[in-house]
Design a protein around this ligand. Structure first.
Ligand code: CMP
Length: 140
């Protein structure tokens, strides 16, 4: 399988607990390469745009409030089958259902404060990466 890119966010619950390095260690141990990374404080508009697909959901307001509550680390990860691989490494959205050894099992606090985001398909990965990175910021 050709190398693929996926988009990742280390969320406010994790940056606040100083877990960026610990999460990156799990990512790298799984064989994914961090080819772009920056720490930002998302604006409300950025968070609303990023999660627009969820805007009719009852938790949308809570989700946006959370994502702007503290800094996040946005990343591009590269690897064979990177999208599916990272979803496996993250574990289930709700940490109560996440498998042993996954990022969410290890670190997430709840379904809302679940430490990381990862793209779910090639089309969304391309859109999400383009929202936060210029092509020349991704160095494989
Ligand atoms: P993420 O992969 O970033 O994509 C959408 C996010 O919505 C998801 O992770 C969760 O953090 C959040 N989410 C999903 N379900 C709920 C819920 N029931 N309550 C609060 N947040 C939720």
């Amino acid at each position: 399988m050709a190398k693929q890119h996926t988009f990742s966010i280390i969320k406010p619950d994790a940056t606040e607990r100083n877990l960026t390095g610990a999460i990156n260690a799990v990512i790298e141990k799984a064989g994914l390469r961090i080819v772009a990374q920056k720490r930002i404080h998302m604006t409300r508009k950025q968070a609303e745009t990023f999660y627009a697909v969820h805007k009719e959901r009852p938790f949308f307001g809570e989700l946006v409030d959370f994502m702007v509550s503290a800094p996040v680390v946005v990343q591009v990860l590269e690897g064979d089958n990177a999208i599916a691989k990272y979803r496996e490494v993250m574990g289930a959205t709700n940490p109560a259902n996440a498998a042993e050894g996954t990022i969410r099992k290890l670190f997430a606090k709840s379904v809302g404060e679940n430490s990381v985001h990862g793209s779910d398909a090639p089309e969304t990965a391309a859109i999400e990466i383009a929202q936060f990175f210029a092509g020349n910021e991704i160095v494989g």
